[in-house]
Design a protein around this ligand. Structure first.
Ligand SMILES: Nc1ncnc2c1ncn2[C@@H]1O[C@H](COP(=O)(O)OP(=O)(O)OP(=O)(O)O)[C@@H](O)[C@H]1O
Length: 493
């Protein structure tokens, strides 16, 4: 196979040159600052590109073909195989060639008054390439039968082929045999929020469940899936348990939020607790008013969760709204959160930490996030206490019989806080008064708005409207609201 470098003016001229010289490889040309690559059609079996010493050419060629470093012995062996298999970069970039015998060299004169692109330059017969492209080995896809594994820790099983980049940077992981072959699957974790596993899933989970409940420790080799897959742009938030980063995903070029646990989770019990959010999000599935979950993984005992990136929290958003349109904006948020809660409650889950900081805004759409305290409505899982400022008294008194109404109280308290512009207390007389139903909505808000908040924050959990009741509330009628919300309601009914 021969390569060629030189100047030509048109595709036809190059075709002719290639035909005349019977070049069956690659043609490369530099015209001013532009580099062009030409691969003749009659050379479909072109497998290798040889580049000599020129960083510009390497930059150009590397995205097209994966070029690997090889040692000198390999190079010589390669040269013996096909000594013609070369392209001279000196030809292309007009740099002095101290390697090629003088008689084989060509004159390199660049005359600005001449059409230099017409100069056809003959390639020297041989140069030692520094790099070459090895033919890509055929990688077997293992196993034929779907292999149960769960890198996401989300408890859902997937048949998965073994060839994947994640393996490539974990060669020393016990579950990895070589660059492309994983022998053991990571564990399958049952998602406690998913009801009624199919028989097949239940059987497979049973057989795939290892004696240790959780042991998904990846990246022990020091290689980071996070750095491999994402470019970190900036930290965008911090809670009690996690830091959240705005990141660019390298493979798809899109922005995401990645939430990383602040502490390493060495114990299985702590990992299990941290996984609550992942499992709840996975079980809830997609809903336009719930922050979208993409994937999650453990790395060096930190939990990483990749999520949809939102613009701000509801608290930040409300602070930027003019007083005249605050009621309408808050009702829109209330309506959309009622939709999210209706969906979540219907799935048998409760959030239990609903507050302005956990409601995000993306392109004017409100989304519920941070499911770290989520649990099952039926009380089959343990309870984690959310932020006391937004939690009703009965829950603090360990009455867990009306968990959906706990979320409804929190929703009312969140909207009330944003309407008053004053952060709710976590104790004291105002805290007590609010739990007795004594609300003081500032002037400027409608009485129907105030009454709805009073209903939501009713001291008696049974008297509070549920999410579906809120969606049917007369305040969300076409006459009383702005167009956007009215249209949304019309579309829903
Ligand atoms: N998907 C997201 N898009 C944009 N910002 C986010 C996102 N998720 C979280 N944040 C930001 O990061 C902050 C902390 O996130 P989050 O509340 O989920 O952490 P946490 O440790 O679970 O918090 P908490 O202490 O309330 O349990 C949020 O207040 C918000 O500002």
């Amino acid at each position: 196979m021969k390569g060629v470098c030189g100047g030509w003016e048109s595709q036809e001229e190059l075709d002719e040159m290639v035909a005349l010289e019977q070049w069956d490889g690659l043609a490369l040309s530099q015209q001013l600052s532009e580099v062009c690559l030409y691969t003749p059609l009659h050379s479909p079996d072109l497998k290798e590109i040889v580049v000599v010493e020129t960083s510009v050419a390497e930059q150009f060629l590397q995205p097209l073909e994966e070029v690997e470093e090889v040692n000198l012995a390999d190079q010589e062996e390669n040269d013996r195989d096909d000594p013609q298999d070369q392209i001279c970069s000196q030809d292309v970039f007009c740099t002095p060639d101290f390697i090629t015998p003088i008689e084989q060299q060509f004159p390199v004169h660049f005359d600005v008054n001449k059409d230099n692109t017409r100069q056809r330059i003959k390639s020297p017969t041989r140069l030692t390439p520094l790099r070459y492209k090895r033919p890509r080995p055929e990688v077997p896809l293992l196993p034929e039968k779907p292999n149960l594994q769960n890198e996401d820790g989300a408890g859902l099983m997937r048949g998965k082929l073994v060839k994947e980049s994640a393996c490539a940077f974990m060669p020393s992981h016990p579950g990895v045999r070589s660059k492309h072959h994983r022998v053991d699957s990571p564990v399958c974790i049952r998602n406690p929020f998913v009801q009624g596993d199919s028989e097949e899933n239940a059987d497979t989970l049973q057989s795939a469940r290892p004696p240790v409940p959780l042991a998904p420790r990846f990246a022990q080799s020091g290689m980071s899936r996070y750095s491999e897959d994402f470019h970190e742009i900036q930290e965008i938030g911090q809670g009690n348990f996690s830091r959240v980063y705005k990141v660019l995903k390298r493979i798809d070029g899109c922005l995401y939020a990645v939430k990383r646990s602040i502490h390493q989770l060495h114990q299985d019990s702590r990992r299990k607790q941290a996984l609550t959010e992942v499992q709840a999000l996975a079980a809830i599935g997609m809903h336009e008013n719930v922050v979208r979950y993409h994937t999650a993984w453990f790395e060096s005992d930190y939990l990483y969760i990749q999520m949809e990136l939102c613009d701000s929290t509801l608290g930040q958003y409300a602070a930027s709204i003019p007083a005249t349109s605050l009621e309408c904006s808050l009702l829109t948020a209330l309506w959309q959160m009622a939709k999210a809660l209706s969906h979540i409650h219907a799935k048998g889950l409760v959030h239990l930490d609903l507050k302005p900081d956990n409601i995000y805004v993306l392109d004017g759409v409100f989304k519920l996030g941070d499911f770290g305290c989520a649990t099952r409505i039926d009380g089959s899982l343990s309870f984690e206490e959310g932020d006391a400022r937004y939690i009703p008294l009965e829950f603090l008194n360990e009455d867990y019989t009306h968990l959906c109404s706990v979320d409804m109280f929190s929703l009312g308290a969140s909207i009330y806080e944003l309407a008053t512009g004053v952060t709710l207390p976590s104790s004291g007389p105002t805290y007590k008064a609010l739990r007795e139903g004594k609300l003081a909505v500032p002037p400027g808000f409608s009485s129907s708005f105030e009454n709805l908040l009073k209903e939501l924050m009713h001291p008696n959990a049974k008297r509070r409207p549920l999410a579906d009741d809120v969606l049917k509330h007369p305040i969300f009628s076409r006459q009383t609201l702005g167009m956007n919300l009215s249209e949304e309601i019309t579309a829903l009914t």
